[in-house]
Write a protein that binds this ligand. Structure first.
Ligand SMILES: Nc1ncnc2c1ncn2[C@@H]1O[C@H](COP(=O)(O)OP(=O)(O)OP(=O)(O)O)[C@@H](O)[C@H]1O
Length: 379
Protein backbone atom coordinates (compact mmCIF):
# COMPACT_ATOMS: atom_id res chain seq x y z
CA UNK A 1 0.00 0.00 0.00
CA UNK A 2 1.11 3.50 -0.67
CA UNK A 3 1.20 4.33 3.02
CA UNK A 4 4.43 2.37 3.14
CA UNK A 5 5.87 4.61 0.43
CA UNK A 6 4.62 7.64 2.26
CA UNK A 7 6.28 6.71 5.50
CA UNK A 8 9.63 5.56 4.21
CA UNK A 9 10.80 8.10 1.67
CA UNK A 10 14.44 7.80 0.72
CA UNK A 11 16.56 10.51 -0.82
CA UNK A 12 15.42 14.13 -0.90
CA UNK A 13 13.58 15.69 2.01
CA UNK A 14 9.86 15.40 1.41
CA UNK A 15 7.85 18.58 1.65
CA UNK A 16 9.20 21.43 -0.45
CA UNK A 17 7.52 21.83 -3.85
CA UNK A 18 9.13 20.78 -7.11
CA UNK A 19 6.23 21.92 -9.27
CA UNK A 20 3.90 24.69 -8.17
CA UNK A 21 0.78 25.15 -10.23
CA UNK A 22 -1.56 28.06 -9.66
CA UNK A 23 -4.85 28.82 -11.41
CA UNK A 24 -3.94 26.72 -14.45
CA UNK A 25 -6.28 26.65 -17.45
CA UNK A 26 -6.04 24.89 -20.77
CA UNK A 27 -8.80 25.68 -23.19
CA UNK A 28 -8.88 24.18 -26.68
CA UNK A 29 -10.81 25.93 -29.44
CA UNK A 30 -11.38 29.32 -31.07
CA UNK A 31 -10.33 32.39 -29.05
CA UNK A 32 -9.58 30.09 -26.14
CA UNK A 33 -7.79 32.78 -24.14
CA UNK A 34 -10.99 34.73 -23.48
CA UNK A 35 -12.51 31.86 -21.44
CA UNK A 36 -10.43 31.88 -18.21
CA UNK A 37 -10.82 35.62 -17.63
CA UNK A 38 -14.54 35.74 -18.36
CA UNK A 39 -16.58 34.91 -15.25
CA UNK A 40 -19.64 34.02 -17.27
CA UNK A 41 -17.86 31.69 -19.71
CA UNK A 42 -15.63 30.12 -17.10
CA UNK A 43 -18.68 29.22 -14.99
CA UNK A 44 -20.35 27.24 -17.80
CA UNK A 45 -20.35 23.45 -17.64
CA UNK A 46 -18.39 21.67 -20.40
CA UNK A 47 -21.38 21.06 -22.71
CA UNK A 48 -22.67 24.63 -22.40
CA UNK A 49 -19.21 26.08 -22.96
CA UNK A 50 -18.81 23.97 -26.08
CA UNK A 51 -22.22 24.98 -27.41
CA UNK A 52 -21.63 28.67 -26.74
CA UNK A 53 -17.99 29.04 -27.84
CA UNK A 54 -16.87 25.81 -29.54
CA UNK A 55 -14.20 25.52 -26.85
CA UNK A 56 -13.26 22.63 -24.55
CA UNK A 57 -11.83 23.56 -21.15
CA UNK A 58 -9.60 20.52 -20.56
CA UNK A 59 -8.07 22.02 -17.40
CA UNK A 60 -10.03 24.54 -15.35
CA UNK A 61 -8.46 26.69 -12.71
CA UNK A 62 -6.30 23.97 -11.17
CA UNK A 63 -3.82 24.70 -8.35
CA UNK A 64 -1.52 22.30 -6.51
CA UNK A 65 2.09 21.62 -5.52
CA UNK A 66 4.06 18.48 -6.27
CA UNK A 67 6.34 18.00 -3.28
CA UNK A 68 9.89 16.82 -3.48
CA UNK A 69 10.16 13.05 -3.11
CA UNK A 70 6.47 12.21 -3.40
CA UNK A 71 4.50 10.07 -5.83
CA UNK A 72 1.80 12.46 -6.99
CA UNK A 73 -1.00 10.66 -8.81
CA UNK A 74 -3.39 12.42 -11.18
CA UNK A 75 -6.52 10.31 -11.42
CA UNK A 76 -9.83 10.67 -13.20
CA UNK A 77 -12.05 9.15 -15.84
CA UNK A 78 -11.24 9.33 -19.51
CA UNK A 79 -11.47 12.92 -20.76
CA UNK A 80 -11.19 14.48 -17.29
CA UNK A 81 -8.04 16.39 -18.28
CA UNK A 82 -5.22 14.30 -16.78
CA UNK A 83 -2.95 14.15 -19.82
CA UNK A 84 -3.51 17.78 -20.68
CA UNK A 85 -2.68 18.83 -17.12
CA UNK A 86 0.55 16.86 -16.95
CA UNK A 87 1.64 17.93 -20.45
CA UNK A 88 1.14 21.54 -19.41
CA UNK A 89 3.76 21.07 -16.66
CA UNK A 90 6.56 21.02 -19.23
CA UNK A 91 4.58 22.91 -21.87
CA UNK A 92 4.26 19.95 -24.21
CA UNK A 93 0.84 21.60 -24.30
CA UNK A 94 0.82 25.40 -23.93
CA UNK A 95 -1.34 26.49 -20.98
CA UNK A 96 -4.01 29.11 -21.67
CA UNK A 97 -3.72 30.84 -18.28
CA UNK A 98 -2.19 30.39 -14.85
CA UNK A 99 1.27 29.95 -13.38
CA UNK A 100 3.65 26.96 -13.33
CA UNK A 101 6.99 26.92 -11.55
CA UNK A 102 9.64 24.22 -11.20
CA UNK A 103 11.89 24.78 -8.20
CA UNK A 104 10.63 28.34 -8.17
CA UNK A 105 11.51 28.99 -11.82
CA UNK A 106 8.68 30.26 -14.05
CA UNK A 107 8.06 27.56 -16.67
CA UNK A 108 5.83 29.79 -18.78
CA UNK A 109 8.65 32.32 -19.16
CA UNK A 110 11.19 29.73 -20.41
CA UNK A 111 12.56 30.12 -23.93
CA UNK A 112 12.99 27.17 -26.33
CA UNK A 113 16.45 26.16 -25.11
CA UNK A 114 15.44 26.29 -21.45
CA UNK A 115 12.32 24.26 -22.19
CA UNK A 116 14.31 21.59 -23.99
CA UNK A 117 16.65 21.40 -21.03
CA UNK A 118 13.64 21.13 -18.72
CA UNK A 119 12.24 18.18 -20.65
CA UNK A 120 15.59 16.45 -21.13
CA UNK A 121 17.17 16.86 -17.73
CA UNK A 122 14.63 17.89 -15.14
CA UNK A 123 11.23 16.38 -15.90
CA UNK A 124 11.39 13.30 -18.13
CA UNK A 125 8.16 11.83 -19.44
CA UNK A 126 7.42 8.11 -19.68
CA UNK A 127 4.61 7.48 -22.17
CA UNK A 128 2.20 4.59 -22.54
CA UNK A 129 3.74 3.73 -25.89
CA UNK A 130 7.36 4.26 -25.23
CA UNK A 131 8.29 5.03 -28.80
CA UNK A 132 11.33 2.78 -28.67
CA UNK A 133 13.59 2.88 -31.68
CA UNK A 134 13.02 -0.52 -33.34
CA UNK A 135 16.45 -0.91 -34.95
CA UNK A 136 18.36 -0.08 -31.83
CA UNK A 137 19.33 -2.51 -29.11
CA UNK A 138 17.95 -2.20 -25.57
CA UNK A 139 21.21 -0.63 -24.47
CA UNK A 140 21.21 1.95 -27.26
CA UNK A 141 17.56 2.77 -26.68
CA UNK A 142 18.31 3.45 -23.04
CA UNK A 143 21.37 5.50 -23.97
CA UNK A 144 19.38 7.57 -26.46
CA UNK A 145 18.54 10.44 -24.12
CA UNK A 146 22.17 10.67 -23.06
CA UNK A 147 23.23 10.75 -26.68
CA UNK A 148 20.92 13.72 -27.27
CA UNK A 149 22.51 15.37 -24.28
CA UNK A 150 25.86 15.00 -26.01
CA UNK A 151 27.41 12.46 -23.63
CA UNK A 152 30.31 10.46 -25.12
CA UNK A 153 29.69 6.89 -26.31
CA UNK A 154 31.63 5.00 -23.64
CA UNK A 155 30.15 6.99 -20.76
CA UNK A 156 26.60 6.78 -21.96
CA UNK A 157 26.83 3.03 -22.59
CA UNK A 158 28.20 2.51 -19.11
CA UNK A 159 25.42 4.60 -17.59
CA UNK A 160 22.80 2.81 -19.73
CA UNK A 161 24.09 -0.59 -18.61
CA UNK A 162 23.73 0.51 -14.99
CA UNK A 163 20.10 1.57 -15.49
CA UNK A 164 19.24 -1.52 -17.56
CA UNK A 165 20.35 -3.60 -14.58
CA UNK A 166 18.36 -1.41 -12.20
CA UNK A 167 15.08 -2.14 -14.01
CA UNK A 168 15.81 -5.87 -14.18
CA UNK A 169 16.78 -6.26 -17.83
CA UNK A 170 20.31 -7.51 -17.32
CA UNK A 171 21.29 -9.94 -20.07
CA UNK A 172 18.91 -8.36 -22.59
CA UNK A 173 21.11 -5.42 -23.51
CA UNK A 174 21.66 -6.55 -27.08
CA UNK A 175 18.05 -7.42 -27.91
CA UNK A 176 15.87 -5.25 -30.09
CA UNK A 177 12.42 -4.07 -28.92
CA UNK A 178 10.63 -6.64 -31.13
CA UNK A 179 12.38 -9.41 -29.19
CA UNK A 180 10.90 -8.26 -25.88
CA UNK A 181 7.54 -8.78 -24.14
CA UNK A 182 5.25 -5.80 -23.53
CA UNK A 183 6.36 -5.58 -19.90
CA UNK A 184 10.02 -5.71 -20.84
CA UNK A 185 9.49 -2.92 -23.37
CA UNK A 186 7.92 -0.81 -20.65
CA UNK A 187 11.03 -1.40 -18.57
CA UNK A 188 13.21 -0.16 -21.42
CA UNK A 189 11.09 3.00 -21.61
CA UNK A 190 11.39 3.44 -17.86
CA UNK A 191 15.15 2.89 -18.03
CA UNK A 192 15.46 5.44 -20.81
CA UNK A 193 13.73 8.07 -18.70
CA UNK A 194 15.78 7.15 -15.62
CA UNK A 195 19.08 7.26 -17.51
CA UNK A 196 19.05 11.05 -17.73
CA UNK A 197 18.58 11.18 -13.96
CA UNK A 198 15.69 13.67 -14.01
CA UNK A 199 14.50 15.44 -10.91
CA UNK A 200 10.92 14.41 -11.73
CA UNK A 201 9.56 11.44 -13.68
CA UNK A 202 6.23 12.08 -15.37
CA UNK A 203 4.28 8.93 -16.24
CA UNK A 204 1.33 9.08 -18.62
CA UNK A 205 -0.67 5.89 -18.02
CA UNK A 206 2.43 3.84 -18.68
CA UNK A 207 0.93 0.51 -17.73
CA UNK A 208 -2.59 0.73 -19.07
CA UNK A 209 -1.87 -1.51 -22.06
CA UNK A 210 -0.37 -4.28 -19.91
CA UNK A 211 -2.18 -7.34 -18.68
CA UNK A 212 -3.02 -7.23 -14.96
CA UNK A 213 -0.19 -9.41 -13.66
CA UNK A 214 2.54 -7.57 -15.55
CA UNK A 215 0.90 -4.33 -14.56
CA UNK A 216 1.20 -5.28 -10.87
CA UNK A 217 4.80 -6.16 -11.50
CA UNK A 218 5.51 -2.76 -13.00
CA UNK A 219 3.71 -0.99 -10.17
CA UNK A 220 5.95 -2.85 -7.72
CA UNK A 221 8.91 -1.76 -9.81
CA UNK A 222 7.88 1.89 -9.55
CA UNK A 223 7.37 1.56 -5.79
CA UNK A 224 10.78 -0.10 -5.46
CA UNK A 225 12.52 2.56 -7.54
CA UNK A 226 10.81 5.27 -5.58
CA UNK A 227 11.85 3.73 -2.25
CA UNK A 228 15.42 3.29 -3.40
CA UNK A 229 15.87 6.69 -4.98
CA UNK A 230 13.16 8.92 -3.50
CA UNK A 231 12.69 10.46 -6.92
CA UNK A 232 9.67 12.71 -7.35
CA UNK A 233 7.08 11.11 -9.60
CA UNK A 234 3.88 12.38 -11.21
CA UNK A 235 1.79 9.46 -12.33
CA UNK A 236 -1.38 9.61 -14.44
CA UNK A 237 -3.88 6.81 -14.15
CA UNK A 238 -7.60 6.25 -14.52
CA UNK A 239 -7.32 3.18 -12.30
CA UNK A 240 -8.24 3.83 -8.67
CA UNK A 241 -6.45 0.71 -7.41
CA UNK A 242 -3.26 1.84 -9.09
CA UNK A 243 -3.68 5.35 -7.67
CA UNK A 244 -4.14 4.00 -4.15
CA UNK A 245 -1.20 1.62 -4.43
CA UNK A 246 1.25 4.17 -5.82
CA UNK A 247 0.18 7.58 -4.62
CA UNK A 248 1.46 9.47 -1.63
CA UNK A 249 -1.16 11.99 -2.69
CA UNK A 250 -3.86 11.78 -5.30
CA UNK A 251 -5.35 14.62 -7.35
CA UNK A 252 -8.79 13.56 -8.51
CA UNK A 253 -9.95 15.31 -11.70
CA UNK A 254 -13.44 15.68 -13.09
CA UNK A 255 -14.30 17.69 -16.21
CA UNK A 256 -11.02 19.57 -15.99
CA UNK A 257 -11.42 20.51 -12.34
CA UNK A 258 -9.48 19.21 -9.39
CA UNK A 259 -12.25 17.86 -7.17
CA UNK A 260 -10.05 16.55 -4.35
CA UNK A 261 -6.38 16.44 -3.50
CA UNK A 262 -5.31 14.26 -0.62
CA UNK A 263 -3.62 11.13 0.64
CA UNK A 264 -5.27 7.84 -0.30
CA UNK A 265 -6.58 7.76 3.24
CA UNK A 266 -8.13 11.22 2.96
CA UNK A 267 -9.71 10.43 -0.39
CA UNK A 268 -11.18 7.15 0.82
CA UNK A 269 -11.92 8.27 4.40
CA UNK A 270 -13.27 11.78 3.71
CA UNK A 271 -14.48 12.04 0.12
CA UNK A 272 -14.98 15.72 -0.78
CA UNK A 273 -18.33 15.20 -2.50
CA UNK A 274 -20.73 12.58 -3.83
CA UNK A 275 -18.70 12.15 -6.99
CA UNK A 276 -15.60 11.13 -5.02
CA UNK A 277 -17.70 9.04 -2.65
CA UNK A 278 -19.06 7.13 -5.61
CA UNK A 279 -15.59 6.74 -7.03
CA UNK A 280 -14.21 5.10 -3.89
CA UNK A 281 -17.31 3.13 -2.93
CA UNK A 282 -15.84 -0.31 -3.60
CA UNK A 283 -12.41 0.28 -2.07
CA UNK A 284 -11.60 -2.12 0.81
CA UNK A 285 -11.45 0.66 3.37
CA UNK A 286 -9.59 -1.37 5.99
CA UNK A 287 -6.64 -1.66 3.62
CA UNK A 288 -6.36 2.09 3.10
CA UNK A 289 -7.50 3.77 6.33
CA UNK A 290 -5.01 3.85 9.15
CA UNK A 291 -5.56 3.42 12.86
CA UNK A 292 -5.34 7.21 13.29
CA UNK A 293 -8.79 7.39 11.76
CA UNK A 294 -10.47 5.42 14.51
CA UNK A 295 -8.26 5.58 17.57
CA UNK A 296 -9.64 7.04 20.79
CA UNK A 297 -7.90 8.39 23.88
CA UNK A 298 -6.78 5.80 26.39
CA UNK A 299 -9.41 5.49 29.12
CA UNK A 300 -6.90 4.70 31.86
CA UNK A 301 -3.20 4.57 32.57
CA UNK A 302 -3.59 0.80 32.58
CA UNK A 303 -5.05 0.73 29.12
CA UNK A 304 -2.33 3.07 27.82
CA UNK A 305 0.31 0.73 29.22
CA UNK A 306 -0.83 -2.66 27.98
CA UNK A 307 -2.02 -4.44 24.85
CA UNK A 308 -0.31 -4.99 21.52
CA UNK A 309 1.41 -1.99 19.90
CA UNK A 310 0.64 -0.67 16.42
CA UNK A 311 2.06 2.31 14.52
CA UNK A 312 -0.23 5.31 13.82
CA UNK A 313 0.12 4.62 10.10
CA UNK A 314 -0.69 0.91 10.41
CA UNK A 315 -3.71 0.03 8.30
CA UNK A 316 -6.91 -0.99 10.00
CA UNK A 317 -6.50 -4.45 8.57
CA UNK A 318 -3.05 -4.78 10.19
CA UNK A 319 -4.51 -3.62 13.49
CA UNK A 320 -7.39 -6.10 13.22
CA UNK A 321 -4.82 -8.86 13.01
CA UNK A 322 -2.98 -7.58 16.09
CA UNK A 323 -6.16 -7.10 18.14
CA UNK A 324 -7.59 -10.47 17.10
CA UNK A 325 -4.38 -12.24 18.08
CA UNK A 326 -4.06 -10.52 21.48
CA UNK A 327 -7.77 -10.46 22.30
CA UNK A 328 -7.47 -6.93 23.80
CA UNK A 329 -7.41 -3.40 22.31
CA UNK A 330 -4.16 -2.23 20.72
CA UNK A 331 -2.10 0.78 21.74
CA UNK A 332 -1.14 3.21 19.02
CA UNK A 333 2.48 4.07 19.66
CA UNK A 334 4.20 7.01 18.01
CA UNK A 335 7.93 7.08 18.75
CA UNK A 336 7.36 5.13 21.92
CA UNK A 337 4.43 7.23 23.14
CA UNK A 338 0.88 6.00 23.41
CA UNK A 339 -1.20 8.37 21.28
CA UNK A 340 -4.42 6.40 21.35
CA UNK A 341 -6.24 3.08 21.58
CA UNK A 342 -8.01 1.07 18.91
CA UNK A 343 -10.50 -1.57 19.90
CA UNK A 344 -12.27 -4.19 17.85
CA UNK A 345 -15.54 -2.24 17.65
CA UNK A 346 -13.78 0.78 16.14
CA UNK A 347 -11.82 -1.38 13.72
CA UNK A 348 -14.91 -3.26 12.58
CA UNK A 349 -16.77 0.01 12.05
CA UNK A 350 -14.24 0.81 9.32
CA UNK A 351 -14.96 -2.48 7.57
CA UNK A 352 -18.68 -1.72 7.86
CA UNK A 353 -18.17 1.86 6.67
CA UNK A 354 -19.82 3.34 9.77
CA UNK A 355 -16.82 4.76 11.60
CA UNK A 356 -16.82 8.24 13.06
CA UNK A 357 -13.50 9.91 12.45
CA UNK A 358 -11.25 10.46 15.46
CA UNK A 359 -10.94 13.98 16.80
CA UNK A 360 -12.60 17.20 15.62
CA UNK A 361 -10.60 17.30 12.37
CA UNK A 362 -10.98 14.98 9.43
CA UNK A 363 -9.23 11.62 9.40
CA UNK A 364 -5.59 11.48 8.50
CA UNK A 365 -4.79 14.37 10.85
CA UNK A 366 -3.54 12.83 14.08
CA UNK A 367 -5.11 14.15 17.22
CA UNK A 368 -3.05 13.75 20.35
CA UNK A 369 -4.92 11.49 22.74
CA UNK A 370 -4.76 11.10 26.49
CA UNK A 371 -1.31 10.08 27.62
CA UNK A 372 0.23 11.42 24.43
CA UNK A 373 2.83 13.44 26.23
CA UNK A 374 3.92 10.65 28.54
CA UNK A 375 6.94 8.63 27.56
CA UNK A 376 6.13 4.93 27.40
CA UNK A 377 8.14 3.91 30.45
CA UNK A 378 6.38 6.50 32.64
CA UNK A 379 2.84 5.24 31.95
N1 LIG B 1 -5.98 18.94 -28.99
C1 LIG B 1 -7.21 18.96 -28.49
N2 LIG B 1 -8.19 19.70 -29.06
C2 LIG B 1 -9.43 19.75 -28.55
N3 LIG B 1 -9.80 19.10 -27.43
C3 LIG B 1 -8.88 18.35 -26.81
C4 LIG B 1 -7.55 18.23 -27.30
N4 LIG B 1 -6.84 17.43 -26.46
C5 LIG B 1 -7.71 17.05 -25.51
N5 LIG B 1 -8.93 17.59 -25.72
C6 LIG B 1 -10.13 17.44 -24.86
O1 LIG B 1 -9.78 17.83 -23.56
C7 LIG B 1 -10.43 16.99 -22.59
C8 LIG B 1 -9.36 16.38 -21.69
O2 LIG B 1 -8.56 15.49 -22.45
P1 LIG B 1 -7.34 14.67 -21.81
O3 LIG B 1 -6.71 13.88 -22.89
O4 LIG B 1 -6.49 15.60 -21.04
O5 LIG B 1 -8.14 13.73 -20.79
P2 LIG B 1 -7.59 12.45 -20.01
O6 LIG B 1 -8.20 12.53 -18.66
O7 LIG B 1 -6.11 12.37 -20.10
O8 LIG B 1 -8.29 11.29 -20.83
P3 LIG B 1 -7.75 9.78 -21.13
O9 LIG B 1 -7.76 9.06 -19.82
O10 LIG B 1 -8.81 9.26 -22.07
O11 LIG B 1 -6.41 9.91 -21.74
C9 LIG B 1 -11.22 15.99 -23.39
O12 LIG B 1 -12.55 16.45 -23.48
C10 LIG B 1 -10.56 15.99 -24.75
O13 LIG B 1 -11.48 15.65 -25.76
Amino acid sequence: MSTATATAPAGPVAGSPVFSVDGLWKVFGPKASRVPGDPELSALDPAALRARTGCTAAVRDVSFDVRKGEVFVVMGLSGSGKSTLVRCLTRLIEPTAGAIAIDGEDVRAMDGARLRALRRHRAAMVFQHFGLLPHRTVLDNVAYGLEIQGMGRARRRARAAEVVAKVGLEGMEQRRPAQLSGGQRQRVGLARALAVDPEVLLFDEPFSALDPLIRRDMQQEVIRLHREEGRTMVFITHDLGEALRLGDRIALMRDGRLVQLGTPEEIVGSPADDYVRDFVRDVPREQVLTVRTVMRPASSVDEAGSGPAVRPDATVSEAIEAVARAGVPARVLDRGRCVGIVDSAALLSVVAGTETPAGPERPGVPEPAAGAERPEGVL
